[in-house]
Write a protein that binds this ligand. Structure first.
Ligand code: COA
Length: 235
């Protein structure tokens, strides 16, 4: 292949180029699709959560190990009603094969404040990790939260030792807010949680759509009216 005159072709620029193409490809050819997480998905999630440590890394103190259908049932009570529920839980499927890949939730949704959190992020099988699924799942949840539900801030917490999760969320645009020190005890360790957040305006800017253009475009005006009607129906 001919080098383009005036352009340095080194491995760093090639990696950057391939990553930007890969990220752009997400928009046109989704890597994952999110569907509501239901009772039928409990056995797979329980099987993936095969240690107390993993359960705490993903869910903090929300559950006790071993995870059971009863805990999940209790947790999902009242969930998954857009415009009303505090929790919208999703399973992630590979968009090409339909294979079940993982789990992700929008949680702590405060409809009045238009805020929420990303929670319980898991790429289930170890060989599936580090291949872009986590970022694709997070991006898909952000598209629902900001693009469909009209949230204006989405936060999350990640334990400070979880380098791949931190990197995954940074790559999705999340910014560090601070650290909640020693929020969780596991055996004889205390874990600290890094708080991160992303604003709708930052997310839109990263999508290449300016807030002004978005506000004026008839498509967004229709969507905003539909979102408002959806929220009003819930009250
Ligand atoms: C965290 C998790 C969801 C991320 O999903 P994933 O599919 O593995 O992540 P991705 O491949 O999309 O992205 C991970 C990024 O971290 C990088 N990474 C992977 N391991 C890393 C490490 N040990 N140190 C630093 N960066 C690392 C990857 O290279 C990639 O960055 P890049 O796109 O710049 O190359 C997944 O690994 C997982 O389920 N882990 C177990 C449960 C968990 O930790 N959940 C998160 C709770 S907050």
């Amino acid at each position: 292949m001919q080098a383009v005159p005036g352009h340095r072709r080194d491995s760093t620029s090639l990696v950057a180029l391939s990553k930007s193409l890969f990220v752009d490809a997400f928009r046109f050819c989704p890597v994952v699709v999110l569907e509501p997480f239901t009772e039928a998905d409990f056995p797979q999630l329980i099987a993936w959560m095969d240690s107390e440590r993993l359960l705490k890394v993903c869910c903090g103190a929300a559950f006790t190990f071993p995870l059971t259908p009863e805990q999940l049932r209790h947790h999902l009570r009242g969930a998954n009603v857009p415009g009303r529920s505090e929790t919208l839980a999703y399973k992630a499927l590979d968009a090409q094969t339909g294979q079940l890949i993982g789990h992700i939730a929008l949680d702590n949704i405060a409809w009045e404040n238009r805020t929420g959190r990303i929670a319980r992020v898991l790429v289930g099988k170890v060989p599936h990790r580090g291949r872009g699924y986590g970022q694709a799942m997070t991006q898909a949840a952000l598209a629902i939260g900001f693009g469909q539900l009209g949230l204006q801030r989405i936060g999350l917490g990640v334990y400070d030792f979880n380098a791949d999760a931190l990197r995954c969320y940074e790559r999705c645009g999340f910014r560090h807010i601070g650290t909640l020190r020693h929020v969780l005890r596991h055996e004889e360790e205390y874990w600290s949680s890094v708080e991160m957040s992303l604003l709708a305006s930052e997310w839109r800017a990263a999508q290449g759509i300016s807030a002004a253009a978005r506000g004026k475009h008839p498509q967004w005006q229709r969507r905003r009216a539909a979102n408002a009607a959806e929220r009003n129906r819930a009250y």
